[in-house]
Design a protein around this ligand. Structure first.
Ligand code: UT7
Length: 329
């Protein structure tokens, strides 16, 4: 069975920045509260005419250019998002068309903050199955479109962005995908969701009046689950593959809250220099946090060929997962 590896990574964030001070002029909050409780300082917000597919295409083009791969060579496109341009057709179809990826099939993957993790796991299996040689995985979310900017408990948390990776067969069996451990637990659905706009509660004057087309979250419930699950999944996955936390060169978790990340890292026994945190610059970009954090780690020289990298995430659903790779470029 061939192994799968990540061969290229491209990202896009919209240029407009929304700072904590900007938010304090919109809702009753403060820079000090946001920094202390979340670690976030600013986030990027897409202009009105920019949708998720636009950011996804920009990130995908950057990844393809890095590897010198023409769009026609892509076999499959997975767009991980909870903010598709529209419910159908899928954003993957819109991205395929804009890229000119004539030979590709693809689909959208809805797993909220675990989306990108599930995407790379799926891509690794498509490649390892032997029928795909180039799979594009894109995590892209325009969270600002589904945030209620009168709700200070959610609107301060999220930003917009996109990241894309190319997953290809690895010639060298020492590099690439090692394993994953993913779980869903739908009993967590009440704690983080967007209630209206689907078949349960289609758009109506009432759903609009009740502001049900926005992110709703019970933060403390999600917080406790996130710390417990990320730690549990990471530890079990490492053990399953004969590693301990001491073997991990870099931990790249979903960026939802600095306190979630540091609590997880402490439980795993990982020192700060092995943990990537960049939510101060981007906030929580949902499916885009892990590629953005990976890009920053590569650019800072913190992630190098041969490093053992552990990705982990928890999101709405609940969805949760951990994924272990030997970095390949
Ligand atoms: O990526 C998807 C998964 N999502 C997550 O992982 C998010 C997990 N949850 C969290 O990150 C945290 O729970 C939050 C950052 C959302 C909230 O932090 P917290 O420490 O759990 O705060 P809290 O909800 O317990 O609220 C504490 C107080 C409340 O006031 P009272 O009731 O004590 O008077 C809130 O009303 O802080 C208040 N508060 C705020 N104050 C200023 C809530 N949001 C704000 C705000 N500014 N933006």
């Amino acid at each position: 069975m061939p192994k799968a590896k990540i061969t290229a990574l491209g990202c896009f964030v919209p240029p407009r920045i929304l700072t904590n001070d900007d938010l304090s002029r919109i809702v009753e909050t403060s820079d000090s509260w946001i920094v202390e409780r979340t670690g976030m300082r600013e986030r990027h917000i897409a202009d009105e005419n920019v949708a998720t597919s636009d950011m996804a295409v920009a990130a995908a083009r950057a990844a393809l250019a890095q590897r010198g791969v023409p769009a026609e060579d892509i076999d499959a496109i997975l767009v991980c998002t909870v903010t598709p341009d529209m419910l159908f057709p899928s954003t993957a179809c819109l991205v395929q068309d804009q890229l000119g990826a004539k030979g590709a099939w693809g689909f959208d993957l809805i797993a909220a903050c675990s989306g990108f993790l599930y995407g790379i796991t799926t891509a690794a299996h498509l490649v390892q199955g032997g029928a795909h040689r180039k799979v594009l995985v894109i995590g892209a979310d325009t969270m600002s479109r589904i945030l209620d900017y009168t709700d200070r408990t959610t609107c301060i948390l999220f930003g917009d962005g996109a990241g894309a990776v190319l997953v290809e067969p690895a010639e060298n069996s020492d590099e690439g995908f090692i394993g994953h451990l993913n779980e869903i637990d739908g009993s967590g659905a009440p704690y983080l969701n967007m209630p209206a706009g689907g078949s349960r509660l289609p758009a109506s004057e009432e759903t609009i009046a009740k502001r049900l087309h926005y992110v709703k979250q019970e933060g403390q419930q999600v917080f406790k689950f996130a710390v417990r699950k990320m730690h549990e999944l990471c530890e079990t996955l490492l053990c399953r593959h004969g590693f301990t936390a001491a073997d991990v060169d870099l931990f790249i978790p979903h960026q939802a809250n600095r306190r979630i990340i540091t609590a997880t890292a402490e439980r795993l026994g990982l020192p700060p220099e092995k943990v990537v945190i960049n939510l101060d610059k981007y906030g929580n970009t949902t499916a885009a946090t892990i590629p953005l954090a990976t890009r920053d780690a590569v650019e800072a020289g913190r992630l190098k060929k041969g490093d053992l990298v552990l990705f982990a995430a928890v999101g709405a659903g609940y969805t949760a997962g951990a994924s272990l790779w030997r970095w390949a470029y």
